[in-house]
Write a protein that binds this ligand. Structure first.
Ligand code: 9MR
Length: 364
């Protein structure tokens, strides 16, 4: 079963990846009738091989019925885009508020969707009481460690049994492959990563515990550093189970080949980890045009095919699915249109490309 999935996806490398379109490359066999499957949703096409997920914007989910319907129909997994982050769940010290995340999880259950947890430990979106307490010296290292332990324990325990993969630590290595200089590293030293995994595992022993970062899709100094980190953690018997490559691409930058992504993920799998693409999106300099949209489709395709070519890449998540709600324009001046559907929920070439890849991968 596994072998034929790889063969099916490998065939795509010679065909759809290069052309990045629904049409077969010259000389390649014509797909069977229905392989482009314009009316089938991503979750339907992915079937059992793969969870296909999206980040969910809680405000959009509660206010926009079209958005909500599309989350349910297209995806078999969801990730809370923001509402499981520390600043949201503990805005006031000691007052936990999981209301928004609980709403999303309840809806996911009704829709037969799984939930990825994001994220227990990051250097962004921390509550102000915590960052200002550390900066002013009111919270010292010993107290901070206790606060972190309590946070991870409280949150992982609250969601216990409802999360299949947790991004336990997020973005802890910088692009040069060095430990990222954050409040956590400065105050607690490098052991905070092992501690975080141990605490999360105690609180939710069944969840698969992940490291997660951007710019680690292919082999690089940064992904090398993650590989070394994983080896080190495993040697200390730390419960780390997965590696997530976020997949934030831009058409103006180079793309990997799908085989590079698969090779990189395979290095982590060889150590016994699961892998995932956790936050795929492909931004572009605005305005859009047909060439950029085609390049975008290729970016999405590379990430999905890389995942399919790897052996234990079991979820592929996009970081939002419509340009109507996207983090990109607020973060990158002049860039946008990073998602699979446009602002009116119309399919872009990237969406059709993912349909085509999933349809071909499913024909085994
Ligand atoms: O999409 C998220 C956006 O709404 C937030 O404002 C932002 C805050 O930094 O975080 C975004 O999500 C990030 C994710 O949690 C971690 N990887 C990078 C994502 C895009 O910045």
């Amino acid at each position: 079963m596994k072998v034929s999935r790889v063969v099916a996806a490998a065939g795509l490398l010679a065909g759809a990846l290069v052309v990045a379109s629904l049409l077969p490359a010259a000389g390649s066999p014509a797909p069977a009738a229905g392989a482009s499957s314009p009316d089938r949703t991503l979750r339907d096409l992915a079937g059992r091989h793969l969870l296909v997920g999206t980040a969910v914007d809680h405000a959009a989910y509660t206010s926009d019925a079209t958005y909500r319907a599309r989350v349910s129909s297209e995806f078999s997994s969801i990730t809370a885009e923001n509402v499981m982050k520390w600043e949201v769940v503990e805005p006031v010290r000691g007052q936990l508020d999981f209301t928004a995340a609980d709403q999303l999880i309840a809806a996911a259950r009704k829709n037969g969707q799984q939930v990825r947890g994001h994220t227990l430990l990051w250097h962004n979106q921390l509550p102000a009481w915590l960052t200002s307490g550390v900066e002013s010296g009111d919270i010292d290292a010993t107290e901070l460690r206790g606060i972190l332990r309590k946070h991870i324990t409280d949150e992982a325990r609250h969601f216990r049994g409802r999360i299949y993969q947790w991004d336990v630590v997020n973005e802890v290595i910088d692009d040069d492959g060095r430990p990222r200089d954050t409040l956590w590293l400065r105050e607690l030293g490098p052991g905070y990563i092992a501690d975080a995994f141990r605490w999360a595992h105690q609180a939710d022993p069944k969840a698969k515990l992940f490291l997660n970062d951007y710019n680690v899709e292919g082999v690089s100094a940064k992904s090398d550093a993650y590989l070394a980190l994983v080896k080190d953690l495993l040697a200390q018997r730390v419960p780390v189970h997965g590696f997530g490559a976020q997949g934030h691409y831009g058409v103006q930058y180079g793309l990997h080949a799908a085989s590079d992504v698969a090779t990189n993920l395979g290095r982590f799998e060889a150590l016994g980890l699961e892998t995932a693409i956790t936050e795929a999106d492909v931004r572009m300099l605005m305005p859009t045009d047909t060439v950029k949209l085609q390049a975008q489709a290729q970016g999405y395709s590379v990430l999905l095919q890389g995942c399919l070519l790897a052996k234990r890449c079991n979820s592929f998540t996009v970081w939002g699915f419509t340009d109507k709600y996207s983090w990109v324009p607020g973060f990158f001046d002049g860039e946008g249109a990073a998602n699979l559907l446009d602002e009116n929920f119309a399919a872009k070439p990237g969406y059709r490309e993912l349909q085509a890849v999933l349809a071909l991968a499913g024909r085994r």
